[in-house]
Each structure stands twice: as structure tokens, then as C-alpha cells.
Design a protein around this ligand. Structure first.
Ligand SMILES: Nc1ncnc2c1ncn2[C@@H]1O[C@H](COP(=O)(O)OP(=O)(O)O)[C@@H](O)[C@H]1O
Ligand SMILES: [Mg+2]
Length: 284
């Protein structure tokens, strides 16, 4: 996503935002309330049309004008309210809208077997796949919502605050699920307020502040204090596009928004550089 802008009436939710995610990478999207995180992923999910900017997928310019367009490209979203059907069981929720059929009937056995296989692969702990999801705990419901996302073999999975309502043990399980998604080769976008989660599971962290980029960090290089400084604005890098390099000396800095020269900013890959090698899809 390059130079993304989005207004809601007088509110500028996003201004000139750059963002990218690679295969097999977990990118944390972080920022204070109102920073524009949800708006950015909704642009990617086809919920909101951007007013400015472009989106590339596998190096090609694409238009994502609807959730169906996003789904077709292979962008799956787990929304914060989970969007599960409480009265249906785990199998029915996982395969909702993508049911397997055998002849003219639903292939219940096939769906159940593949559900268990998927839950095993994700190391997800669900006691039974034939109970209504209403009777599951919060962590188990989150697990079902996340386990649903790889069905259809998406390229990108977006998780909006997946651990916000969870306890310690449940959070650990969801972080584990996120690592399994990465192992399967999905690109994962993790929106989170929890710096411990971000430091534990993300490869890269993208900070938004007041609707603008405010730093892109390799999580291995930093501590959570660095992220908090960027989130709160103690470090202001909004004048610096992710593709730019910090000025070498204060004299070279064009304005007061210049970051410290050692700010670990990861450059945005150039246009068209993420072209996918012609080797078909990873998985059946
Ligand atoms: N549908 C909408 N209509 C009007 N304003 C919106 C809408 N969605 C978001 N906003 C505004 O855009 C800004 C960014 O919001 P949002 O993307 O939800 O931030 P975050 O997810 O980082 O908390 C906020 O000022 C918010 O009030
Ligand atoms: Mg939000």
C-alpha cells in the first residue's frame, strides 16, 4: 500500500501511509486509539475505498473495491467482533460459505476431518468441533475465528486485536496460532495494543500516529520502549516516509520532524519489486 489517504468528512483518518507485508511475515500494526489502524486494514480488506494511493499485490497494481475483491486476492480478515455464528458448531463456522459437498449433500465427514487436521496443524485446543461456538470460552472462540482464516488458503491474514479480551494462557495460545500461520507462509497483519504480544510474535512493527506513518522497525532490533515512544509521539518520524533515509546531520534535515540519525527505519520496497515467482500456490 503506497501513499494511502482516507477522509471521513472533515476527519483525515489516513494521510500518505505506506504499508507492506511479505509472505511468512508477521507485521504488527500499532498506534494509539484513532491512529488509523482499522481504517488502513479496512482499505486492504475492501471495506473502505481510499481517496489516494495505490495497492500492489505480487507486484501488480490492483483495485480492491469490495470485500469480495479482497477475498479473491486472498486477503482474509478476522474482525474484532469475530463474526462467528453462535448457534452453529465449530465445523459449520469454519466452513461457512465454503462448505464441502459430496454429491448433493454437505460433506459433513470431510469437513469434520479437515477441521481436525487444521486444528492439529495450528496446535489449537478445541474440546469438540460439534458443539455450538456459544458454549466455548473467549479464547476458544478467538481460536475458531483465527482457525477459520486459513481456509481458502489466503495469502494475507488480518487480525484486529485478537488478544484484547483474553487472559494470559489464552493469549499465549493465540500467539502460538499466529506463529503457525506464519509457518504456513501466510503474511499476517496483527493489530495490537499489547507491546508484549508484538515483541513476542511480530517480525516487523509499523507505527501509525494521527493517521501517518511514524516508524517501521525490525522488532529484533528494538525494545518496546522504542515502540511506545513512536506511538505516543515522543519520537516524531511522520515527516519521514518509510522509503526515505534519516538525514545524516541536523543540517541536512529539512524540518523539525526529522528523526534521530540512528532511527531504525526500514525502507519500503520499490514498486513492482515484490513480484511473486511463477510457482503456483503454496498449498492445495
Ligand atoms: N466510518 C467512519 N466514519 C467517520 N470517521 C471514522 C470512521 N472510521 C474511523 N473514523 C475516524 O478515523 C480515525 C481513525 O480511526 P481508526 O482507523 O478506527 O483508528 P484506530 O483503529 O487506530 O483506533 C478516527 O478519528 C476515527 O474517529
Ligand atoms: Mg481500531
Amino acid at each position: 500500500m503506497r501513499g494511502i489517504g482516507k477522509r471521513f468528512g472533515a476527519v483525515r483518518a489516513l494521510t500518505d501511509v505506506d504499508f507492506w507485508v511479505d509472505e511468512g511475515e508477521v507485521v504488527a500494526l500499532i498506534g494509539d486509539n484513532g491512529a488509523g489502524k482499522s481504517t488502513l486494514v479496512k482499505v486492504l480488506a475492501g471495506v473502505h475505498a481510499p481517496d489516494a494511493g495505490t495497492i500492489e499485490f505480487d507486484g501488480d497494481l490492483v483495485g480492491i473495491d469490495s470485500p469480495a475483491d479482497a477475498q479473491e486476492l486472498g486477503i482474509a480478515t478476522v474482525f474484532q467482533d469475530l463474526a462467528l455464528c453462535d448457534n452453529l458448531d465449530v465445523v459449520a463456522n469454519l466452513w461457512l460459505g465454503r462448505e464441502l459437498v459430496a454429491g448433493r449433500a454437505l460433506d459433513e465427514v470431510g469437513m469434520e476431518q479437515r477441521t481436525w487436521a487444521l486444528l492439529r496443524e495450528l496446535a489449537a485446543k478445541i474440546p469438540s468441533v460439534r458443539i455450538p461456538v456459544a458454549s466455548l470460552s473467549g479464547g476458544q472462540r478467538q481460536t475458531v475465528a483465527i482457525a477459520r482464516s486459513p481456509i481458502g488458503d489466503p495469502r494475507v491474514v488480518i487480525l484486529d486485536e485478537p488478544t484484547a479480551a483474553l487472559g494470559v494462557a489464552q493469549t499465549a495460545e493465540v500467539l502460538n496460532l499466529i506463529e503457525r500461520l506464519r509457518e504456513r507462509g501466510h503474511g499476517v497483519i496483527l493489530i495490537s495494543h499489547n507491546m508484549a504480544d508484538v515483541m513476542a510474535v511480530a517480525d516487523r512493527a509499523v507505527v501509525l500516529r494521527l493517521g501517518r506513518n511514524n516508524g517501521v522497525y525490525d522488532v529484533a532490533d528494538i525494545t518496546s520502549e522504542t515502540l511506545i515512544a513512536a506511538i505516543t509521539g515522543a519520537v516524531d518520524q511522520s515527516g519521514l516516509r518509510p522509503g526515505a533515509r534519516p538525514a545524516a546531520t541536523p543540517a541536512e534535515a529539512d524540518d523539525e520532524a526529522a528523526p534521530p540519525a540512528d532511527a531504525p527505519i526500514i525502507p519500503m520496497p520499490p514498486a513492482g519489486s515484490r513480484r511473486r515467482p511463477p510457482r503456483g500456490r503454496n498449498r492445495p
